[in-house]
Design a protein around this ligand. Structure first.
Ligand SMILES: Nc1ncnc2c1ncn2[C@@H]1O[C@H](COP(=O)(O)OP(=O)(O)OP(=O)(O)O)[C@@H](O)[C@H]1O
Length: 293
C-alpha cells in the first residue's frame, strides 16, 4: 500500500502541494482529479522521488519508501520522456533493464506488450513515426514492462481513442487483480467515475474529497426533481426547502432531510396532480464542481 502523509511542496512563496494525505491500497485503482495547477503532477513526482519533498512523507507498506522500492514502481510522467528518434523496442529494453530486468527478459516482455497493443510490426520504427495515440501506448508499456509493484500514471488516458482506453483499462485491471495499487490522474471525470475504486479530489494543493464514488455522491446534497400537472412556481413559497431551479411545470429542489420528500409530495398533491418526484443522484462531476468551487 502507498500512503502519502501530509506531503507538502513549496516553490518559493507558492505552496503547490499543502499537507496532502491519502492512501492507494493494494489492488485498488485510485483516480486523482483536480483542476489545472491543483498539484497532481507535483504530488506524483514526489511519490516517485523525482522532485524533492518540502514536508511530509511517502510511505510504502507502513514505512518510509526506500530508493530500492521506488525502482520497483512504474511511472508514466507528464512529460512522457521517451526518445522520439530511437526505435521503440530499443528504448523499452533499455528502460526494462533500468528497472532490473535482464536484456533477454526485457526484450521478451517488450515483445509481448507490443503484440498486445497491436504494435509488434512497429517495434523497430522510431517512436516519432508513430501516431500520438500509439506513442502513448508505448509510454504505458514503458511503465509496466518490469511488472511494477505500484503504478503511478500522469494522465494516461489523454489523447486515446475509445478502443485504446478500453485496452488501457484492461491492462490496469490486470495489475489491480494481482494486488498492485494503481494511482492515475485524469480530467475525464466520467471515466474516473466508471473505473475507480476510490477518487481523490485535489483543489489548490489540498485534498477536498477522498472516497469511493458512491460515498462521494452520498456526501453531496440531496436534490429532487418535481414535475407537476400545472405551474410549479409555488415551490418558491415553501420556506423549508431550497429551490435550485423552476421552469414551467418542473422544479429542482434541495431538501434538508429525506423525510421532507413526503412533505413535498403532500404539498404538491394538495395543489394538483404530480407527474414525477425523483431523487437526483449527483455525478462525480457534480461533486467535483461542489468541492472545488
Ligand atoms: N518547478 C516548478 N517551479 C515553480 N512552480 C511550479 C513548478 N512545478 C509546478 N509548479 C506550480 O505548482 C502548482 C501545481 O502544479 P501541478 O503541475 O502539480 O498541477 P496539476 O494538478 O498537475 O495541473 P495540470 O492538471 O494542469 O497538469 C502550479 O501552480 C504550478 O505552477
Amino acid at each position: 500500500m502507498l500512503q502519502v502523509d501530509r506531503l507538502t511542496r513549496r516553490f518559493g512563496e507558492v505552496t503547490a502541494v499543502d499537507h496532502v494525505s491519502f492512501a492507494v491500497p493494494d489492488g485498488l485503482l485510485v483516480g486523482f482529479v483536480g483542476g489545472n495547477g491543483a498539484g497532481k503532477t507535483t504530488t506524483m513526482r514526489m511519490i516517485m522521488g523525482v522532485l524533492g519533498i518540502s514536508d511530509g512523507d511517502v510511505r510504502w507498506n507502513d514505512a518510509p519508501v526506500t530508493a530500492a522500492e521506488r525502482r520497483m514502481f512504474g511511472y508514466m510522467p507528464e512529460e512522457r520522456g521517451l526518445y522520439p528518434k530511437q526505435p521503440v523496442v530499443d528504448q523499452l529494453v533499455y528502460l526494462g533493464q533500468l528497472q532490473g530486468l535482464s536484456a533477454g527478459d526485457a526484450r521478451a516482455s517488450a515483445q509481448l506488450l507490443l503484440e498486445r497493443f497491436g504494435l509488434a510490426a512497429r517495434a523497430k520504427d522510431k517512436l516519432e513515426s508513430l501516431s500520438l495515440g500509439n506513442q502513448q501506448r508505448v509510454q504505458v508499456i514503458a511503465a509496466v514492462i518490469a511488472r511494477p509493484r505500484l503504478l503511478v500514471l500522469d494522465e494516461p488516458f489523454s489523447g486515446l481513442d475509445p478502443r485504446a482506453v478500453d485496452d488501457m483499462v484492461e491492462l490496469l485491471r490486470e495489475f489491480t487483480r494481482d494486488g498492485v495499487p494503481v494511482l492515475f490522474s485524469s480530467h475525464q471525470l466520467d471515466l474516473v467515475e466508471r473505473l475507480c475504486d476510490r477518487i481523490v479530489i485535489l483543489s489548490r494543493g489540498r485534498v477536498v474529497a477522498d472516497g469511493a464514488a458512491d460515498e462521494l455522491r452520498r456526501s453531496g446534497p440531496v436534490r429532487h426533481r418535481l414535475v407537476t400537472g400545472g405551474d410549479a412556481g409555488w415551490v418558491r413559497d415553501l420556506g423549508w426547502l431550497q429551490v435550485v431551479d423552476v421552469a414551467g411545470d418542473r422544479a429542482i429542489v434541495q431538501l434538508a432531510s429525506p423525510q421532507d420528500t413526503d412533505r413535498l409530495l403532500t404539498e404538491a398533491m394538495r395543489r394538483g396532480s404530480v407527474r414525477e418526484l425523483a431523487e437526483l443522484v449527483p455525478s462525480v462531476a457534480d461533486i467535483y464542481r461542489e468541492v472545488t468551487a
